[in-house]
Design a protein around this ligand. Structure first.
Ligand SMILES: [Zn+2]
Length: 134
């Protein structure tokens, strides 16, 4: 139920699933997280994703667009107006499409590391290295 690794928790969040149980859906609306997971009742109100998902979406979009811009201008010899007609809608679509997965990933990250009032539940797992718990 509780993910064994950070990567597993992150992937659950990116798929907009609850990072703890992987069964409940994280979002009530597009970017509006639920108050709690409907399956495992994880309290999601401590999440503080803020602008971070938007920064991730811009960073990833920029890195994916750069080779495309170079290919269009060098290999295809495309003019600036035609390039803008292709690149601007594509960039907007990519950024909008990435916002929810990015936000789910940020929420999963905050939950995994016990940030902002999330309880760091993985310490209860037997493979936790630091002493005290388990
Ligand atoms: Zn859950």
């Amino acid at each position: 139920m509780i993910p064994a690794t950070f990567t597993q928790a992150l992937l659950r969040g990116v798929r907009s699933h609850c990072p703890r149980c992987d069964k409940g859906h994280l979002f009530r609306k597009w970017l509006k997280p639920r108050e709690r997971c409907p399956v495992c009742m994880l309290d999601l109100t401590p999440q503080r994703a803020d602008d971070f998902p938007a920064y991730i979406a811009m960073l990833v979009t920029g890195h994916l667009m750069a080779p495309l811009i170079i290919a269009l201008s060098v290999d295809w010899d495309m003019g600036p107006v035609a390039m803008m007609a292709i690149l601007v809608p594509l960039a907007i679509a990519m950024m909008l499409g990435m916002l929810q997965p990015a936000k789910g990933g940020v929420i999963a990250l905050q939950w995994w590391f016990g940030m902002h009032g999330f309880v760091k539940e993985r310490l209860a797992l037997p493979e936790a290295e630091d002493g005290g718990a388990a």
